[in-house]
Structures are given as structure tokens and as C-alpha cells.
Ligand binder design. Structure first.
Ligand code: 13P
Ligand code: SF4
Length: 302
């Protein structure tokens, strides 16, 4: 482990590379990563870095967003299998059909979407800024895609805004059910239940805190409570357990794991850096259109 770690650190220096890692990744990746966090933070870091190479330990749309934000940098995704099932639930034809059914309404896309989809949406959002982004449109109706549950959660937080959602979802987060939350409350009456907004409304509506992966970690750190139930992907639980040993963390249930987030290993990161693969490319015209959608979000999120 130390050997591979040192080899990566050395290569990173030689090639002026940075490693961005999402907090659902295998924990070993943190040992070599420069930036670890949620989708918003990682996209901000991708836009800011002056490295020549970005190795993205995350899923495809994240690496693609990094390339759009930093077109002159080489962006590498160590394992191409790392897609996001939710992002793949809507393509351009489906987006156009959805828009044609609801004309003249501003369109917000979750960052978990393809560059093609972003290129025909008004503004992008992540789980940490979705409420702020929808609110910034000052419209009483908004189209939201692909995540119907994030969209409906935003609607529940904004008075008088109808959020018309596309029927996409995250299969991992939908495995968490209201009955799991009810059982956790009964078994751990003093615990705070922390949930990701990709969960079903029947789950988010009875949780103590709903937020992005980084938001959940920040809440656990700053809260006076000593016991927490984690209702999101297990990577968040693993990091909280490691970083806050004085507090107790309990996973809402077994196997809340996003298989696509777990592909990259340290060996893959090393190979990616050594061979400079797999390079993510985005057609220039498409990237320019998608960039407008992402930049509008970054502007509102400042
Ligand atoms: P965050 O923006 O909270 O990191 O979420 C990304 C994601 O894919 C959650 O499933
Ligand atoms: Fe996509 Fe869900 Fe995996 Fe997040 S957890 S990357 S939304 S499939």
C-alpha cells in the first residue's frame, strides 16, 4: 500500500497532476487525493486548479464536467466503467420531449447529467445548492431533471414554486425506505438521522438533516449530538467513522453502496497517471454550450 501510494505521489509531482476524489470513493483513494468532497466542491476545484492533469476519482459525469471547466487540462478517469445510473436515465431526445411537454419554463439539470443534456438546460445544480439555484430563477414553475426526488425535495423547501420533475432516480438512495428511518428512530432515539436529498420524500421528510455528502459530514462534525444514523452511500459513513472517532455512526442499513463509485483502486490511479489514460474529451461546441449551464450555477453558488 505504501509502495503504490509513494509511486502515485511521485508521479503526481513529476506530471503536475492533481487527484480529485468524491467522498463515495474507496477510502484508500483519500491517501493520495488533493481534494476530497461533494460534486460542487470538486467542480469548483476543477475550475480553479493550475495542474496540467486532473485525475478524477469519481463517476463519468464528474470527470466530463471537470473537462468542460478546464478544457486545456488533461482529465483522466482511471476506470471508464464508472458511470452514474441516474445521469444515464435521460438523453437529449428525452430532454427535448420533456421540454416540449412543458414549454417556456426554465430548465434546471442536476450536475448528474451528460454534457449533451447540460447543453440544452438553463442552469445546473448540485445537491448542495439545488434550493438556491431553483430559487434564483424567480419563476413559479421550474422543470427539473433527471432526479425526481431531489426536485421534489427542493419544491418542499420553496414556497409557491412548482417543480415539475423528470422521472429519474438514484437506485442506491432509493433502497433507503421510510420504514428504515422509523426503525432507526425507535432503536436509536437520541441519534440524528442524516439523509441525502436523492432519497425518496417519505425518507427526507422524516429525517433530522438533509444535505449533500459534504453537508452531511459538516453537520456531523459541528453537531453537539454524539450518535448519527447515516442515510446515504457508505463512503460518507466510512469517512465519518475515521475522522470523528469520538462520535458514533450507524449505517441506516447494509449495502447502501454505489457500485460505480467503487471501481477506482490505487492501482488504477497509478496506471491512469502513468499511461495518461483514460482521457475524457468533449466536443468543443458541445462543451461551450454545457459550460454556460455550469458557469451559471457556479456564479449563483459563489
Ligand atoms: P453530492 O453532490 O452530494 O456529492 O452527491 C453526488 C452524488 O452522486 C450523490 O449520489
Ligand atoms: Fe449516480 Fe446514485 Fe451513484 Fe450518485 S450514488 S453516482 S446518483 S448512481
Amino acid at each position: 500500500m505504501d509502495d503504490i501510494k509513494n509511486k502515485i505521489l511521485k508521479l503526481k509531482k513529476e506530471k503536475n497532476a492533481v487527484i480529485l476524489a468524491h467522498c463515495y470513493q474507496n477510502m484508500e483513494i483519500d491517501e493520495v487525493a488533493d481534494y476530497i468532497g461533494d460534486s460542487l466542491y470538486l467542480s469548483q476545484m476543477a475550475a480553479k486548479t493550475d495542474a496540467d492533469i486532473i485525475v478524477f476519482a469519481g463517476v463519468y459525469f464528474m470527470a466530463q464536467t471537470a473537462k468542460i471547466l478546464s478544457p486545456n487540462k488533461k482529465v483522466l478517469l482511471p476506470r471508464l466503467e464508472s458511470g452514474c445510473l441516474m445521469a444515464d436515465m435521460i438523453d437529449l431526445a428525452q430532454l427535448r420531449e420533456f421540454k416540449s411537454k412543458h414549454p417556456n419554463i426554465p430548465v434546471v439539470c442536476y450536475i448528474n447529467s451528460t454534457a449533451e443534456v447540460k447543453s440544452e438546460c438553463d442552469i445546473c445544480c448540485t445537491s448542495s445548492n439545488a434550493i438556491k439555484i431553483v430559487d434564483s430563477l424567480k419563476s413559479n414553475k421550474v422543470l427539473f431533471l433527471p432526479d425526481t426526488y431531489l426536485g421534489k425535495w427542493v419544491e418542499s423547501k420553496l414556497n409557491g414554486v412548482e417543480v415539475i420533475t423528470y422521472p429519474g432516480y438514484c437506485p442506491t438512495h432509493l433502497r433507503i425506505k421510510a420504514e428504515d428511518i422509523i426503525a432507526a428512530r425507535k432503536n436509536y432515539p437520541n441519534a440524528k438521522i442524516l439523509t441525502h436529498p436523492e432519497c425518496h420524500q417519505s425518507v427526507t421528510s422524516i429525517s433530522d438533516f438533509v444535505g449533500s455528502t459534504t453537508g452531511i459530514m459538516k453537520y456531523a462534525k459541528e453537531s453537539e449530538a454524539k450518535q448519527f444514523i447515516i442515510a446515504t452511500e457508505k463512503g460518507v459513513y466510512d469517512r465519518l467513522k475515521r475522522d470523528l472517532p469520538e462520535k458514533e455512526f450507524i449505517m441506516i442499513k447494509d449495502n447502501i453502496i454505489c457500485p460505480n463509485m467503487k471501481w477506482h483502486t490505487l492501482d488504477d490511479i497509478y496506471n491512469a497517471l502513468l499511461q495518461e489514460e483514460h482521457e475524457i474529451t468533449v466536443d468543443k461546441a458541445l462543451a461551450n454550450k454545457a459550460l454556460g449551464c455550469i458557469n451559471r450555477m457556479l456564479e449563483v453558488s459563489k
